[in-house]
Design a protein. Structure first.
Length: 336
């Protein structure tokens, strides 16, 4: 079993430099290549990473047997072709979110990876944060009780994308989080509304409503046109409730022992019984999420581990994004 592998970073635009920094810091891999169609993007990093080869030729990387894996951080519409070529060349693939532009494309990538026994991992970084790990543990341990709702707000001013709407850009984070935290629940329908005011082609503001078979609901609000930046998630259960504020520097997660119930034999709906207990702030792991995620990808290859976010998880996210797009176009609730 190899103790170390070579990896190539594909795309050095917005997210690629973060992948370059993190993969370069790992002891079990070397960044052998960096690739971008824009030579100026490559030139920015030549002096910082003298042992790495920089090229605009993606095929040269795929033909190099020294490279065992690629990390792709390019526009969404390029994901399928780039990942497909890498898998056909026998490379393991770390693929930026969202996985691809359609469920059909995602399914083909999963099939290719499984047929060739290759690791296909999707870059949903928030699942590796200490906050989400803590919330997942609380839910798994039953501390929240029955899950009732997931209510998230992810808004800011920009960055407007030229090839996708705000749902594919920002809501992909929240969809991945709700799929992970509500893993035991089955989403059954999606309804989305939104508006485009600057680009006129892609929505800059959107609301997504997700119904689950259990009766739980998910509400996701995303926007590129907000004067303030908000990154907040509320999760309600029959026993406890959680607020996760990603912008909060230290107290990101707060757990509320609060609730409301009605005993219809003794009370009326106008006289519910409120429970108000303690509020506590759990200790959160402070390791950089992307560092944990990139290390996990390398371990999956070298130690034959299963990715936390594999291709099947990527499909589940894209299925909801695709349904949201369909709902935007038709004004109808889409059954999953």
């Amino acid at each position: 079993m190899d103790k170390k592998i070579n990896i190539a970073i594909i795309g050095l635009g917005y997210w690629g430099p973060n992948l370059l920094r993190n993969f370069s810091s790992l002891s079990r891999c070397d960044v052998f290549y960096c690739c971008d169609s824009n030579q100026d993007a490559l030139d920015k990093f030549l002096s910082q990473y003298p042992s790495t080869k920089f090229t605009t030729n993606y095929d040269a990387i795929l033909n190099d047997r020294n490279v065992r894996a690629v990390a792709i951080a390019t526009p969404v519409f390029t994901h399928f072709e780039l990942a497909k070529k890498a898998l056909l060349a026998g490379k393991h693939v770390f693929l930026e979110k969202p996985m691809a532009s359609s469920v059909k494309e995602c399914e083909e990538l999963v099939k290719l990876a499984e047929e060739r026994d290759l690791v296909l991992m999707i870059d949903h970084t928030f699942l590796f944060t200490g906050a989400i790990k803590k919330i997942k543990k609380l839910i798994t341990n039953g501390e929240l009780g029955d899950l009732h709702y997931f209510d998230s707000e992810r808004i800011n001013l920009g960055l407007l994308q030229k090839d996708i709407n705000v749902i594919w850009d920002l809501a992909s984070h929240d969809v991945s989080i709700i799929n992970y935290l509500f893993e035991e629940l089955r989403p059954v329908s999606v309804m989305a509304t939104g508006g485009s005011y600057i680009n006129k082609k892609f929505e800059e503001i959107a609301h997504i409503h997700i119904d689950f078979a259990s009766g739980a609901i998910g509400a996701i609000h995303v926007s590129w046109l907000s004067p303030v930046k908000i990154r907040k998630i509320l999760i309600g259960g029959s026993k406890k409730m959680i607020i996760y504020n990603d912008i909060e520097p230290s107290e990101k997660v707060k757990i509320y022992d609060k609730g409301v119930s009605i005993n219809l034999e003794e009370e009326t709906s106008q006289k519910p019984i409120y429970r108000s207990g303690d509020v506590y702030i759990p200790k959160i792991e402070e390791t950089e999420a992307l560092r944990s995620e990139t290390e996990h990808f390398i371990n999956c290859i070298l130690d034959d581990e299963n990715p936390l976010v594999d291709g099947h998880a990527g499909i589940k996210v894209v299925r909801i994004l695709e349904a949201s797009d369909q709902s935007l176009r038709t004004g109808q609730k889409i059954i999953l």
